[in-house]
Design a protein around this ligand. Structure first.
Ligand SMILES: Cc1ncc(COP(=O)(O)O)c(C=O)c1O
Length: 399
């Protein structure tokens, strides 16, 4: 579907009589993204990054869409237990859990036969997990997160996460794990954020786009070699890996080329928040959005909406603001951006806008949309198919 005025009218009609602001998922566009992401991943299994969804119904929907989707990449221990209790399984918690009570809860789920794997990169992490495993009489599956950043003169290209940055760090970490009776090393994760999460096709930024593409090209080779060395070292030290996880929405094409990879992760590509419009290698559909009602008309072409200030996390830049996308041509004002309770937009297009009409926006980050809304309205064939709770709608607020 193109974002023409008729698309605006179609969406407006679907939500007629609903209370604004509201959040929605266009299930037909989600289906298109699901298919395209499968295609981009080749035959590599896809783990779903729940942080970019934050709605159990949608997680379940994607998992059931095809066998290629298997497992959840969770963003907190509490979330992993919440999902496990709901019936989800094969959960890789991708960030260290340092809350003892949560690890005890993970033990309870493991004892029920569930698979939850905890991420580590410091001796403190494994010592705590080992101690709690011992107290609860169970071996806890763990993974190691290795740093995938690449340093160029004057530039740290990547993110600051794992302390395991060099083979020597990995070796001593593995030696420590060998001594632990109640942890079972089963996974290796390396997230190449500088490929997966850095846009390289921003309109009007020709020079920057080209520099980033060149840096990405060099990084891809270094990442593959780093991951291969790590896998070999882990195997040589007698561990058997079930999971070698890498990538994200923005890096599928390069991550699947690495022979050691057993699975890729995808989150943002399902809803395709607008940050992911700016990549040269792919184009997904705008499957999720939110609508705010116009409640003021202070200037000829200026319409002020109630709500809308849902700014995304991460580096500080314009791209983190929501993007008005329907009616086509609507844009935010430089001086006001998206406001805490009011968001003015400029619109000079053909559509006649009046008080009470919606303006449709897309969030910059996929899962953060659901932290603003209790429900998602799922639409298909120009009607509302169902309304489902987000994590927030289920009273959950993990991070
Ligand atoms: C460990 C890890 N894997 C994968 C991803 C990619 O997720 P997405 O597809 O939402 O970009 C992220 C995003 O931050 C991550 O932290």
């Amino acid at each position: 579907m193109s974002h023409s005025v008729s698309q605006y009218i179609a969406y407006k009609k679907i939500f007629d009589g609903k209370r604004y602001p509201l959040a929605f998922v266009d299930m037909q566009l989600l289906d298109e993204n699901i298919n395209q992401l499968r295609h981009r991943s080749g035959k590599t299994p896809i783990r779903i990054a729940s942080k970019s969804i934050r709605c159990a119904h949608i997680l379940d929907y994607i998992l059931n869409a095809d066998d290629q989707f298997s497992g959840i990449m969770s963003f907190s221990g509490e979330e992993a237990v919440f999902l496990s209790k709901k019936g989800f399984d094969d959960i890789l918690v991708a960030y260290p859990v340092i809350d003892k009570e949560r690890i005890v809860e993970v033990c309870h789920e493991l004892k029920k036969g569930k698979y939850i794997n905890l991420m580590t990169d410091k001796p403190e992490h494994i010592r705590m997990i080992n101690e709690i495993g011992k107290q609860n009489g169970i071996k806890i599956p763990i993974s190691i997160d290795i740093d995938m950043s690449v340093d160029f003169p004057g530039l740290h290209f990547g993110v600051w996460r794992s302390s395991i940055r060099k083979p020597i760090n990995l070796k001593s970490f593995l030696e420590e794990i060998k001594e632990m009776e109640f942890v079972s090393l089963e996974g290796l994760m390396g997230y190449e954020a500088q490929i997966a999460g850095v846009t390289d096709n921003i309109e009007g930024k020709w020079l920057m786009n080209n520099v980033i593409r060149a840096l990405k090209k060099i990084s891809i080779k270094k990442i593959a070699s780093k991951r291969a060395i790590a896998v070999k070292m882990i195997k040589d030290m007698g561990f058997e890996l079930k999971i070698v996880n890498g990538g994200g929405t923005g890096s599928l094409e390069s991550t699947i080329n690495e022979p050691v990879i057993t699975e890729v992760t995808v989150g943002s590509g399902f809803f395709n928040s607008h940050l992911f419009d700016n990549y040269s290698a792919f184009k997904h559909k705008p499957a999720a959005g939110f609508a705010c009602a116009i409640n003021r008309h202070p200037g000829e072409d200026i319409f002020t909406c109630s709500g809308g200030g849902y700014v995304a996390s991460g580096s500080i830049e314009r791209l983190k603001l929501p993007l008005p996308f329907l009616p086509e041509g609507a844009r935010l004002l430089e001086n006001e951006g998206a406001g805490e309770v009011q968001t003015p937009i400029v619109y000079k297009g053909k559509e006649t806008l009046k008080i009470g009409d919606p303006v449709f926006f897309r969030h910059s980050k996929a899962g953060e949309l659901c932290e603003r809304f209790n429900h998602l309205l799922l639409i298909r064939d120009n009607q509302i198919e169902m309304e489902v709770p987000t994590y927030r709608g289920e009273g959950q607020c993990f991070l």
